[in-house]
Design a protein around this ligand. Structure first.
Ligand SMILES: CC(C)(COP(=O)(O)OP(=O)(O)OC[C@H]1O[C@@H](n2cnc3c(N)ncnc32)[C@H](O)[C@@H]1OP(=O)(O)O)[C@@H](O)C(=O)NCCC(=O)NCCS
Length: 146
């Protein structure tokens, strides 16, 4: 990806379109900690992208799993744009649009994501032994109620 500056005030969050899939795939390729699913499948769920100018700089995929229950399926931010509040903005947008219970699983070693989710109000509610593979690792289950 090219280097550039992102002005926070120009960041927007909007629904993803098929034209965004190559950029989503690029960010996912650069984010081994993220789930590595086929990006086109994200459009079957609620997929939001963060944009800076005309560039896609992050994405969040969620889905509804019950009447007032949602889960986070994937989240990644362009490595060149991290620690500027993009993931927090994507999360805030999703959590404000769908009230109720939210769940997610995250690798036990992914301290960046765990701290992000805790800063957004999620709490740890469980641990799934050997939930992940390549490498095998426990999953931390986190919950938020909005
Ligand atoms: C986790 C990830 C999405 C965070 O994105 P981001 O846009 O950099 O996060 P933000 O700038 O919104 O950070 C918000 C808060 O999260 C926490 N956080 C984010 N990155 C962190 C890091 N590397 N170390 C510690 N805390 C971190 C901090 O509390 C941060 O607030 P602060 O910057 O005021 O201290 C990003 O690092 C990423 O894409 N990682 C690879 C994919 C991944 O792990 N996805 C999660 C799968 S469950």
């Amino acid at each position: 990806m090219d280097n550039h500056e992102t002005n926070d005030s120009q960041m927007t969050v909007r629904a993803a379109t098929p034209a965004d899939l190559p950029a989503i795939a690029s960010i996912q390729d650069l984010s081994p900690e993220a789930a590595q699913w086929e990006p086109s499948s994200y459009l079957d769920n609620d997929c939001q992208v963060a944009t800076g100018g005309s560039r896609i700089i992050g994405f969040l995929v969620t889905r509804q799993i019950g009447p007032a229950e949602h889960e986070i399926l994937n989240l990644a931010v362009d490595p060149a744009e991290r620690r500027t509040g993009i993931a927090r903005a994507l999360l805030r947008d999703a959590l404000s649009r769908a009230k109720g219970e939210w769940f997610l699983e995250v690798r036990a070693s992914n301290t960046a994501a765990i701290q992000l989710y805790e800063s957004a109000g999620f709490h740890r509610t469980g641990r799934r032994p050997d939930y992940y593979y390549e490498p095998v690792e426990d999953g931390i289950v986190m919950r938020f109620f909005s």
